[in-house]
Design a protein around this ligand. Structure first.
Ligand SMILES: *[C@@H]1O[C@H](CO)[C@@H](O)[C@H](O)[C@H]1NC(C)=O
Ligand SMILES: *[C@@H]1O[C@H](CO)[C@@H](O)[C@H](O)[C@H]1NC(C)=O
Ligand SMILES: *[C@@H]1O[C@H](CO)[C@@H](O)[C@H](O)[C@H]1NC(C)=O
Ligand SMILES: *[C@@H]1O[C@H](CO)[C@@H](O)[C@H](O)[C@H]1NC(C)=O
Length: 482
C-alpha cells in the first residue's frame, strides 16, 4: 500500500514537473528563427497597433473572422492532424478598437521544422523576392505579359460581394522550382493585388529542393506580410515515386497537404471560394484571372488551361495522361504502339470539342489538369472530397482524374478547358506556347460571349479510357447512380 502511494506521489511529481516544463517552453515563445524575429521587427516598425500576435499550437484557435482586435493565448493542445509543431502567427488587421469590421485576420505560418536553411541560397533569395514582388530588373527571366484588362475582371475584385472572408486559395507544390518562381509567384502576387490581399490565401508545400526554392519561399513571408495576404509554407520529405512510395498516392497526399489551411479551417472561408492549384508553370497574371473569370461566367466547377512542351516544334500537349474528352477518350489518339504521331490532332474524335477548341471557345471535358486549374472549394470545405489514388478494383489513373470522377459523383461535373490559357514549364516555353496557341488577351479580343457559353452535358461518358500503361489501353465503366 505504502509502495503504491509512493509511486503515485512520484508520478504526480513527474507530471507537475512536465507541466512546468511545458509552461516554461510556452513562456519563452520560441520564434522559429531569425526570420521570425525579422517579421516581428517589421511588424513593429510598420505599425504599433498591428502587433497583437501570439504563437499558436492549435490551428483551430483561430478567432472567428468577425473579431477585430484579439489577444491570442498559447495553447498546449496538439494540432489535430499535423504532428509537427505549429508555428502560427496571428496578425490583426489595422483597426481601431471601436470599429466592428468583418475581416479575416492575416496569418503567416512556416511549418518546416528541421529544414536547414542554406546560407548562400538565402543570400541569393533576395533577388528572387525582388523579382516576385517588383517585376523584372532584367536579371532573372520574366515573361512579357500584357497589362491586366481590369474591366474584364472587375466583378472578381468586387470587395463588397460577400463580406471579407477569403475567397481565393492559391495552392502549389514546389520542388527545385527556383527558375520559375519569379514568374509563377510574380503572376500570383499580381493577381492577389488585383483581387485584394484580404480575400486571398497562398499555401505552398516545398519538398527536398536544393536549388534555393525553400530559401526564396521563406524569404517571401515578410513580403507577404507587407502585402497583407495570408501565407502558409510547409515542407515535406515525401518523394513521389521514391522508394516505398506509390507515386499517385504520394502526389495526392502532397496536394491534400497544400489544402490543409483551407480544409482544416473551413469555417474561415467563403462558401463560394475558388481553389487555384498551380504546377511549376510560368503563367501570366491574366492566365490565372481568366481561369477564375471563366469559372464564374460559365458557372463551371473547374476550369483548366492547356500545358505544352516540345515548343521548338510548335508544342505538344503535355498532360495527356490526365485529360479525357466527353467521350472518355484521351485528348489526342495514342495507338497501342504508343507512338506520339497524332499528338497535334487535339480533340481528335469529338467533333463539338474539336470545333470549339479551334475557335478558342471553352470546351467541356470529363477531366483535365494541364498545369493550372481553378475549381470550386465547396466539396473540400464540406469535407466531401480529397485528392486520392485508385481504390481497389479501380483503374490506375492520375489523382486529377480521380478528383474529376469524385466531382462528377457529387454533381460537380461542369469541367472545362479554356483554350486561351496556354502555359509551359519555363519562361521560354510559356512565351512560345502563347505565340503558337494564343494568349488570353489575343483570344478575348475576338470572343463572342454568347458563343463561348457551354451547354453543359450532365451525363458523364459512361466509360473512360484506362491507361495503366500506354500500351495496354482498356475502358473503365463510369456511370452516375440516378
Ligand atoms: C498605424 O495605424 C493607425 C490606424 O490605422 C494609424 O492611425 C497610424 O497612423 C498608423 N501608424 C503608423 C506609424 O503608420
Ligand atoms: C519594390 O519596390 C519598392 C519601390 O521601389 C521598394 O520600396 C521595395 O523595397 C521593393 N520590394 C522588394 C521586395 O524589392
Ligand atoms: C477588356 O475586356 C473587355 C471586356 O471583356 C473588352 O470589351 C475589351 O475589349 C478588353 N480590352 C482590351 C484592351 O483587350
Ligand atoms: C474571330 O471570330 C470569328 C467568329 O467567332 C472567326 O470566324 C474568326 O476567324 C476569328 N478571327 C480571328 C482573328 O481569330
Amino acid at each position: 500500500m505504502r509502495k503504491l502511494a509512493a509511486s503515485l506521489g512520484q508520478t504526480f511529481l513527474l507530471l507537475t514537473l512536465l507541466a512546468l516544463l511545458i509552461l516554461q517552453q510556452l513562456q519563452k515563445q520560441p520564434l522559429i528563427d531569425k526570420l521570425q524575429d525579422g517579421l516581428r521587427l517589421a511588424t513593429n516598425g510598420l505599425n504599433q497597433t498591428r502587433t497583437a500576435f501570439g504563437i499558436l499550437n492549435e490551428p483551430n484557435l483561430l478567432p472567428p473572422s468577425s473579431v477585430s482586435l484579439i489577444s491570442v493565448l498559447p495553447s498546449i493542445t496538439p494540432a489535430p492532424i499535423q504532428s509537427e509543431t505549429q508555428h502560427l502567427r496571428q496578425l490583426t488587421p489595422t483597426l481601431s478598437r471601436a470599429a466592428v469590421v468583418v475581416q479575416a485576420p492575416q496569418v503567416l505560418q512556416i511549418d518546416c521544422e528541421g529544414r536547414v536553411t542554406d546560407h548562400d541560397s538565402f543570400t541569393k533569395a533576395g533577388e528572387y523576392v525582388h523579382s516576385v514582388m517588383n517585376g523584372s530588373d532584367g536579371y532573372l527571366p520574366r515573361l512579357e505579359c500584357p497589362p491586366l484588362n481590369a474591366s474584364r475582371y472587375l466583378s472578381l475584385s468586387d470587395r463588397t460581394a460577400s463580406g471579407q472572408k477569403p475567397r481565393f486559395f492559391f495552392a502549389m507544390n514546389l520542388h527545385q522550382s527556383a527558375h520559375i518562381i519569379p514568374q509563377l509567384l510574380g503572376a500570383t502576387i499580381e493577381v492577389i493585388r488585383f483581387l485584394g490581399p484580404e480575400v486571398c490565401v497562398v499555401s505552398v508545400v516545398e519538398g527536398r529542393s536544393t536549388d534555393g526554392t525553400f530559401e526564396i519561399l521563406k524569404s517571401l513571408a515578410k513580403q507577404m506580410e507587407y502585402l497583407g495576404v495570408s501565407y502558409f509554407l510547409s515542407c515535406s520529405e515525401l518523394q513521389p515515386g521514391g522508394e516505398g512510395m506509390e507515386r499517385i498516392s504520394t502526389l495526392a497526399e502532397l496536394r491534400n497537404r497544400a489544402l490543409w489551411p483551407l480544409t482544416q479551417h473551413a469555417h474561415l472561408y467563403d462558401p463560394s471560394s475558388t481553389i487555384i492549384f498551380l504546377n511549376d508553370i510560368a503563367p501570366c497574371a491574366e492566365d490565372l484571372l481568366e481561369l477564375i473569370h471563366q469559372r464564374m461566367v460559365l458557372k463551371a466547377d473547374m476550369t483548366c488551361g492547356m500545358d505544352w512542351y516540345n515548343l521548338d516544334d510548335g508544342g505538344t500537349f503535355y498532360d495527356s495522361w490526365i485529360g479525357r474528352q466527353m467521350n472518355g477518350e484521351t485528348f489526342f489518339e495514342v495507338p497501342q504502339s504508343t507512338s506520339w504521331d497524332y499528338s497535334k490532332n487535339l480533340f481528335w474524335n469529338h467533333e463539338t470539342s474539336k470545333s470549339r477548341y479551334s475557335l478558342g471557345r471553352p470546351v467541356q471535358v470529363f477531366s483535365c489538369w494541364n498545369g493550372a486549374v481553378a475549381f470550386t472549394a465547396e466539396p473540400f470545405l464540406e469535407g466531401k472530397i480529397r485528392f486520392r489514388t485508385e481504390a481497389e478494383e479501380e483503374c490506375h489513373l492520375g489523382e486529377p482524374v480521380h478528383l474529376a470522377k469524385d466531382l462528377w459523383k457529387l454533381g460537380h461535373g461542369k469541367i472545362a478547358v479554356i483554350p486561351s490559357v496556354n502555359v509551359g514549364y519555363s519562361v521560354h516555353d510559356s512565351g512560345k506556347a502563347k505565340e503558337a496557341h494564343g494568349s488570353v488577351s489575343s483570344v478575348a479580343a475576338n470572343e463572342s460571349i454568347e458563343l463561348s457559353k457551354i451547354d453543359w452535358q450532365r451525363k458523364p461518358p459512361g466509360q473512360i479510357k484506362c491507361l495503366g500503361t500506354w500500351d495496354h489501353p482498356s475502358w473503365e465503366p463510369f456511370e452516375l447512380r440516378e
